[in-house]
Design a protein around this ligand. Structure first.
Ligand SMILES: *Cc1c(COP(=O)(O)O)cnc(C)c1O
Length: 465
């Protein structure tokens, strides 16, 4: 399987190369040259598979001959053995023909574990074979950092440095990063805000001379193709559990960077009968405005009760644009170049395709709290604020009652106790057993000034792996 850039000017790569590469050299994102397509019979046969087996079926064509089948099978078994539910991604019914897909049974209680637990293992596997060591560098305002750290903690060939804004992430989120023990794990609390952290990461990818030896720098944000790939699996898993391929289903997806819902789009392109994909956003509704107006325009960041979706630009949207423009790299490059300097309008044909597949809804903090309360009152099921946005958007999307609607539950409510309190539920939200002593564990992090040289100097001195 080969991967090509959405801007059409970078060399095609195989799976191993794409795993180790972030942005393409032309500034684009890598996508598969061709998608594997599953027939109705193939999909019917998936009903008999457990999660790791299904993951093998979906992922193997993307990996191609880069990893032997037996090794891939073992990697996938190990990855999902750490999830704390036998079903890995269980479905829970919350109303007639309305379901929640629980994606928070991984080690850090958010759906990002599905991809990052696998990414760490895939990276370590290929690095061992290449006798190479890498530095992972990322910035986080919440869930990505802890999921990446948990995913890399046993990796022998990876040093991971995660920047977070000092005193500006929640206690649970910070402790989930800073209490993980490992010499290759480095938490840096930066005396600045999240944008400062991200700017330093970006600058470091653009100028890598500070790295010791011949180390590569690897990105773990959702521009990394392997993250998207891992997320395709649970769309098949849920749809098949509810009757695909005989029945079509719809998905409602709490959306920030467009990585998760893009995986749902790929599942549909690969043969899964998906009737509709609902883009559920908080007040940072850049994509909702695209669907409404046909224009893509930056706006100022608003802080919401669903911080993992507080985002002004959805980087993975470029991957969809590539398809909407008939995989014309030059057209996408032109659009993105103009977007750097202001807003852009999409063609009528592109908008028609987009609206044919996707709906979008923007959910305020008030509506988020109201949905947490009403779901609790209706069926004693507790949603986290991100998942509540998915459930609310699914309601507003007005989908035929005969079509099962699956809202993705992207985080465990115990990660966001403040939102649960704001919803008026007088209820303590307990952390699951494996995290019950989180607040007694020792934290390890370094506070650094908001200066690139300080961060890069620290990285150069602390590579251990
Ligand atoms: C990252 C995240 C999202 C948004 O996912 P994208 O792939 O960025 O669209 C939604 N909910 C939670 C809890 C997250 O951590």
């Amino acid at each position: 399987m080969n991967y090509i850039s959405t801007r059409g000017q970078a060399p095609a790569l195989d799976f191993e190369q794409v795993l180790l590469t972030g942005l393409a050299a032309d500034g684009g994102l890598y996508v598969p040259q061709h998608l594997p397509v599953f027939s109705r019979e193939d999909i019917a046969a998936m009903a008999a598979m457990d999660y790791p087996e299904l993951a093998q079926t979906i992922i193997a064509p993307f990996v191609g001959d880069c990893i032997p089948a037996a090794d891939l099978r073992q990697l996938l078994r190990d990855t999902y053995a750490d999830f704390r539910h036998d079903a890995v991604a269980p479905l829970v019914q919350i109303a007639a023909n309305r379901w929640v897909l629980e994606l928070f049974h991984g080690p850090t209680l958010a759906f990002k574990d599905f991809a990052l637990q696998l990414l760490g293992r895939l990276l370590d596997y290929v690095l061992e074979r290449r006798h190479q060591k890498v530095v992972i560098l990322g910035a986080t305002s919440g869930d990505t950092g802890s999921a990446a750290i948990e995913g890399c903690k046993r990796c022998r060939n990876i040093d991971i440095f995660i920047l977070h804004p000092h005193r500006r992430v929640s206690d649970v989120q910070r402790r989930q990063m800073t209490t993980v023990v490992g010499d290759n794990i480095h938490n840096l609390a930066i005396q600045g805000n999240f944008d400062d952290c991200q700017a330093m990461v970006k600058a470091s990818f653009n100028g890598r001379a500070f790295l010791p030896g011949d180390r590569r720098l690897v990105a773990v944000n959702s521009i990394n193709w392997a993250r998207i790939m891992a997320q395709i699996v649970y769309y098949f898993y849920a749809a098949v559990a509810l009757g695909a391929p005989a029945r079509s289903v719809a998905f409602s997806v709490p959306t920030g960077n467009f990585g998760d819902i893009f995986a749902g789009y790929l599942a549909q392109q690969m043969g899964l009968p998906v009737a509709r994909l609902v883009i559920a956003t908080n007040r940072n509704d850049v994509l909702h405005r695209v669907l409404r107006t046909g224009t893509y325009a930056r706006q100022a960041l608003v802080h919401s009760l669903s911080p993992s979706m507080d985002i002004t630009v959805s980087s993975n949207f470029e991957r969809l644009l590539f398809d909407l423009y008939d995989r014309d790299g030059a057209a996408v490059a032109g659009l993105m170049r103009r977007f750097e300097h202001g807003e852009i309008a999409f063609s009528e044909a592109a908008m028609q395709r987009l609206r044919g597949l996707f709906s979008s809804h923007c959910v305020s903090d008030e509506a988020t709290c109201a949905q947490i309360a009403s779901t609790w009152n209706d069926c004693e099921y507790l949603l986290d604020p991100h998942s509540a946005i998915g459930v609310q958007a699914a309601l507003e999307a007005d989908i035929d009652a005969a079509v099962p609607v699956i809202a993705l539950a992207t985080a465990h409510p115990a990660k966001f106790p403040d939102a649960v309190a704001r919803a008026g539920l007088q209820r303590a939200v307990d952390l699951p057993p494996h995290l019950h002593d989180l607040f007694q564990r020792t934290e390890r992090f370094e506070v650094l000034p908001n200066e690139l040289s300080a961060v890069q100097g620290f990285i150069a001195q602390h590579c251990t792996a």
